[in-house]
Design a protein around this ligand. Structure first.
Ligand code: C5P
Length: 298
């Protein structure tokens, strides 16, 4: 038998490079991206129940069975033929619509938490398949740390951790952006098969100099996201002006991240910019792989 409660963290991610390679037949786009997990986290508590799955999220009271964490629990129980049920309490810190992967991370944490709570030991491949069926970013959050994602982002090559110092200052605007709207707003002819900038990004990653990494950051979704919400371009420029080594849109937005070497510099930048833009500035650390921060507690 297993214990009655599991607590698990669900971190946000930023994308330090995001190349949109082309449209696919399934309506999605092929990507080449560099994910980095950060210490801005939702907190999940999972408890056993006799049957059925239930999600409680005080910050989003309307959350129903279409929610990704709910679907994650159901998919895992069905795929592994597990009896019993689970209640999932989600304490949200990661905003929805920010491009920070909160929903996907909650789903991955649910999969890992259910395994621990209910004593399920699926093959790694099975877990990855269930995760990929839920959403493109979910497999990354099973691992955390840093990784290159291809396909829709679900095919992963794990990277060694960033070797230098880094603090991410994330701007969370009051309004989110719809992923579908941002991809739908990609200009014709904007798709760039060139992989060179990505190779440069990866070699800078290995070198560990944040200023050099900052110069190599790119996100093909900035154009369409900035056209939808022009203020985001001003946030990016302001982050660079107050000393960020690099700044860019997170995923499909609406969050924008600036990278600083020291937490103190990030806090100073947050103070300098706080009054200038609506929304919040949150500083966060780069996180290593899940097994290094021991997230599952019983
Ligand atoms: O991943 P998610 O289902 O939230 O994506 C919402 C929409 O964004 C998709 O239906 C698709 O239109 C677009 N999208 C895309 N290529 C991706 C990810 C999302 O075109 N790699």
């Amino acid at each position: 038998m297993t214990g009655g409660e599991v607590r698990i963290l669900a971190p946000a991610k930023i994308n330090l490079g995001l190349r949109v390679l082309g449209r696919r037949d399934d309506g999605y786009h092929d990507l080449l991206t560099l994910f980095q997990a950060i210490s801005l986290c939702d907190r999940l508590t999972l408890r056993r129940r006799a049957r059925g799955c239930r999600v409680v999220c005080p910050a989003l009271p309307g959350l129903g069975s279409a929610n990704l964490a709910h679907r994650a629990a159901e998919a895992l129980l069905e795929r592994t033929g597990t009896r019993g049920g689970v209640e999932i309490l989600i304490e949200k810190r990661i905003p929805a619509g920010g491009g920070l992967g909160g929903g996907s991370s909650d789903a991955a944490a649910t999969l890992l938490g259910c395994c621990r709570l209910l004593g399920i030991r699926p093959e790694r491949g099975t877990l990855l398949e269930v995760a990929a069926g839920l959403g493109s970013d979910v497999p990354f959050f099973l691992e955390g740390g840093a990784a290159v994602g291809t396909g829709r982002g679900e095919i992963l090559t794990l990277l060694p951790p960033w070797p230098g110092a880094a603090t991410a200052l994330v701007h969370i605007p009051p309004e989110g952006l719809s992923t579908a709207a941002v991809y739908g707003n990609l200009a014709r002819g904007a798709l760039t098969p060139a992989r060179r900038p990505f190779t440069i990004l990866l070699s800078r990653w290995r070198e560990g100099d944040l200023r050099c990494l900052g110069d190599a950051l790119f996100n093909d979704l900035e154009g369409p996201a900035f056209r939808l919400l022009p203020r985001l371009a001003a946030v990016k420029a302001a982050l660079l002006r107050v000393g960020a080594a690099g700044a860019l849109l997170c995923g499909s937005g609406s969050s924008v991240v600036g990278l600083f070497e020291e937490p103190r510099a990030a806090r100073g930048a947050a103070r300098a910019l706080g009054g200038a833009f609506p929304g919040a500035f949150v500083s966060a650390r780069f996180l290593g792989r899940r097994r290094r921060w021991g997230v599952v507690k019983r």
